[in-house]
Design a binder for this molecule. Structure first.
Ligand code: PAF
Length: 281
């Protein structure tokens, strides 16, 4: 399996293959790969001839230095996992200076307010950082398709908006959330939870499932209140936000419409680790 650190080396590898009707899929990651990432890579392998997996912890999307420093780095294990999956995978794992020769500051985008709510409210500048690196990777790899997990649903919608703003023709493919046996959404951060909290964190998904059921007959605001109450009485978890929003523009739901598409979003602290999840309603 090839692993390139320089943009020019990746491009020289990809350029000749693109001429032979080869399709290229891109799976952008920050490494510390888990089953959720591998599901994205497997889907990309089904739909493309070559799959580029980028492994790059993007400093521009972290608003807290502490969070960036704590981000797990498991490159040797990541490479082993990918190697075992297929010989059609190419890894791109650049240094920060390769992606940000002039300093790691995010570009400005007009995401139309998508970037201001939920994750954007609690992590200022985060989505500018995500947009910047994803735009750079898409322009470098020029993939036919790029794959993103629905766990970061707001990120997925922002990437969709960014490609339309920048007239990038890559198809953005959203893939379902992969969960641990107890229901916790897979995340590299789960490694930082104690074994008991990791099991107890099924509470987050159970709450979302119950909220989905309640939303059939109740308003968004009463479901939100109900979730808040449920967390008040739980000693292990601190709720940061619970929100119900429209799927495309992530607008708050004042009144439900018969044919509307809605999603519930949640962010919770457990053992000092920030966990996010969401569910289609
Ligand atoms: O979801 C992630 O891991 C990151 O936000 C991404 C898309 C790889 C950009 O750094």
């Amino acid at each position: 399996m090839y692993a390139f650190q320089l943009k020019k080396d990746l491009q020289s590898y990809l350029n000749p293959s693109k001429k032979h009707n080869t399709t290229v899929g891109l799976v952008p990651t920050m490494g510390a790969l888990h089953q959720g990432h591998l599901a994205l890579v497997s889907r990309a392998l089904e739909e493309n001839t070559i799959v580029v997996v980028s492994i790059f912890v993007n400093p521009a999307q972290f608003n807290k230095a502490e969070d960036l420093n704590k981000y797990p780095k498991t490159l040797a294990k990541d490479l082993e996992l990918l190697e075992a999956l297929s010989d059609r995978i190419v890894v791109f794992n650049p240094e920060v200076s390769e992606m940000y020769p002039k300093g790691s500051k995010g570009n400005s985008y007009d995401f139309g307010g998508l970037e201001k709510v939920m994750e954007g409210e609690f992590r200022p500048g985060h989505f500018e950082g995500v947009g910047t690196i994803v735009e750079a990777l898409l322009k470098l790899v020029l993939p036919d398709r790029a794959y993103f997990g629905e766990k970061d649903f707001q990120q997925l919608q922002i990437v969709r908006k960014m490609v339309s703003l920048k007239k990038i023709t890559t198809q953005i493919v959203g893939c379902p959330i992969v969960r641990e046996p107890h229901g916790l959404a897979m995340s590299s951060r789960n490694e930082r939870l104690s074994a008991s909290t990791r099991v107890a964190a099924s509470f987050i998904y159970e709450t979302l499932v119950a909220a989905k059921e309640a939303f059939r007959s109740k308003s968004a605001s009463s479901v939100i209140q109900w979730v808040k109450k449920r967390f008040e009485s739980h000693s292990l978890f601190t709720l940061e936000y619970i929100d119900i929003r429209t799927v495309k523009y992530l607008k708050p739901v004042k009144r439900k419409h018969k044919n509307g598409s809605y999603r519930a979003f949640i962010a919770v602290y457990a053992d000092g680790v920030r966990l996010i999840d969401n569910i289609a309603l």
